[in-house]
Design a protein around this ligand. Structure first.
Ligand code: ATP
Ligand code: MG
Length: 475
């Protein structure tokens, strides 16, 4: 259902528009410009019906705010017959259309429908254009999987609005990068980006850290201190690991988020801030709510726009691009210093290092429990250990090298570096060794586990040159 926002101060108009449009979309009513802005920060409307003359700020002010915030929903201006010139003015400010009061209900309805359709089409065109451009990067993030490219598109769109965003995903999937990208692409980009790691601050300090404190508010509060929320004024507040917050702090935060007002610890005076909130967690917050550890009302405040980052093992298409990106980035960062040192010493700078097919195969086959961060570390590890100009399997961390071995073998076979026979033999050797190892080299138990007789196992071991270990020769 398209979201329709009606901004008008007259209850009669509000009601008749609600009735008229309820079968065309979800209708929300705002009685003035401030209420409309609050509403827009929660959900992006697909079309706005706007009365120009209202007590307080006028409809023109709202139009201006919308364009400032990059909200591109079409606006239909509602105006009294004698103020058509104002409507023309509004069109100049970006309104899509206008109707004069008292309006023809059916005609208005058709206009709304047409605009919603046009807006949908425009978004679709934008989506297709992005697809054609095949965007594989956003800020410092790279990715070519469908999932990541969809996230890049969503982040760009979300950034322009003011809505609170909740980024979820396993550790190391890039939640902080998403938060930064949202800030950098938002109208607040010139303002501060303040990150608070709610899980890393001891519980007795978190309140004063977030809200600040007055001098003498508690033992140790020697000076008055501005909290992080206040430091983020006009910018973005990134609440990392929000799932770790204690219930008492959750209550205070909820109020601060709802009213954008709070008190410093030890003060009764309220402070008002203008911040956009992005929160992140690697917990399943909905489950935390169900378990009574996270406040439901705070959850709904925070999870207005969810962004869910998939684990790396579910988007293996990204691994090669990520690995190559890290390889280049790390070498570029170090390369500058090294090139300068070499020039001073009169030695030549070595060429940039590459990944061998086997190493890449291993990277693509590994499960990556630590996600992108683990991959980045693996590349660092590889660069540190690599002596020639190619990072080989042995240069990678042992967990990656071992788990990825099978994939690496397959890759070498694909590249024609190994024959079919050789590949199968290597596979068999790896599997037998692993099985023997997990049964402490007890051949009887290993054979049972593999579903072969002990005699066949022994024959295979001899053929493959696997020596017996342990004292089970006679068992
Ligand atoms: N798509 C990506 N492209 C490039 N680098 C990435 C990408 N995703 C993550 N990284 C890098 O991986 C590392 C981890 O990312 P980040 O800190 O954003 O993860 P996180 O989800 O916040 O992890 P945690 O839950 O452990 O805090 C960072 O060094 C980041 O630069
Ligand atoms: Mg993080």
């Amino acid at each position: 259902m398209p979201r329709i926002l009606v901004v008008d101060d007259e209850p009669g108009v509000q009601e008749s528009l609600r009735m008229l449009l309820k079968s065309d979309g979800d209708v929300t009513i705002a009685g003035d410009v401030d209420a409309a802005l609050r509403e827009i920060s929660i959900s992006l409307p697909d079309v706005v019906l706007l009365d120009l003359v209202m007590p307080g700020r006028s409809g023109l002010d709202l139009l201006e705010e919308l364009s400032k915030r990059g909200v591109r929903a079409p606006v239909i201006v509602l105006t009294a017959t004698n103020t058509v010139s104002a409507a023309v003015q509004a069109m100049k400010h970006g309104a899509a259309d206008f109707v004069t009061k008292p309006f023809e209900l059916e005609a208005l309805r058709i206009k709304v429908r047409n605009l919603v359709q046009k807006h949908d089409l425009e978004r679709e065109v934008e989506r297709l254009r992005d697809e054609v451009e095949d965007r594989q990067q956003l800020g410092r993030m790279v990715g070519r999987s469908t999932a990541m490219r969809e996230i890049f598109r969503a982040v760009e769109r979300i950034a322009r609005a003011e809505a609170t965003v909740l980024v979820t995903g396993e550790s190391g999937t890039g939640k902080e990068l998403v938060a930064r990208a949202i800030h950098d692409l938002s109208p607040r980009q010139a303002g501060p980006f303040i990150a608070v790691n709610c899980g890393a601050i001891p519980s007795e300090l978190i309140e004063s850290e977030l809200f600040g404190h007055e001098k003498g508010a508690f033992t140790g509060a020697i000076d008055r201190r501005i909290g992080r929320i206040e430091s983020a004024n006009k910018g973005t507040l990134f609440l990392d690991e929000i799932g770790e917050l204690e219930p008492a702090v959750q209550v205070k935060l909820l109020r601060a988020l709802q009213e954008r007002t709070f008190e410093r610890v030890g003060s009764s005076a309220s402070t008002t801030v203008d911040v956009r909130i992005v929160a992140a967690t690697n917990r399943d917050l909905a489950a935390e709510v169900a378990a009574g550890r996270f406040r439901e009302d705070l959850y709904y405040r925070v999870a207005v726009v969810p962004v869910k980052l998939p684990p790396l093992r579910d988007r293996r298409e990204d691994i090669r691009l990520l690995a190559q990106t890290f390889l280049t980035r790390i070498q570029l960062e170090r390369g500058g210093a090294r090139a300068a040192a070499n020039a001073a010493a009169g030695t030549a700078t070595p060429p940039p290092k590459k990944l061998s097919a086997a190493a890449l195969g291993a990277l693509e086959g590994y499960r990556w429990p630590g996600n992108v961060r683990e991959l980045e570390n693996a590349i660092e590890h590889g660069l540190a250990l690599c002596e020639g100009d190619t990072i080989e399997l042995v240069d990678l961390p042992i967990s990656v090298a071992r788990t990825g071995q099978a994939e690496a073998l397959r890759e070498q076979w694909r590249q024609g570096e190994r024959s079919f026979d050789e590949t199968v033999t290597r596979f068999e050797t790896e599997i037998l060794r692993e099985a023997l190892e997990s049964h402490q080299w007890n051949q009887t138990r290993t054979a049972t586990a593999l579903g072969i007789t002990r005699r066949v196992l022994k024959l295979k071991m001899d053929k493959l040159g696997i020596e017996s270990r342990g004292g089970d020769e006679g068992d």
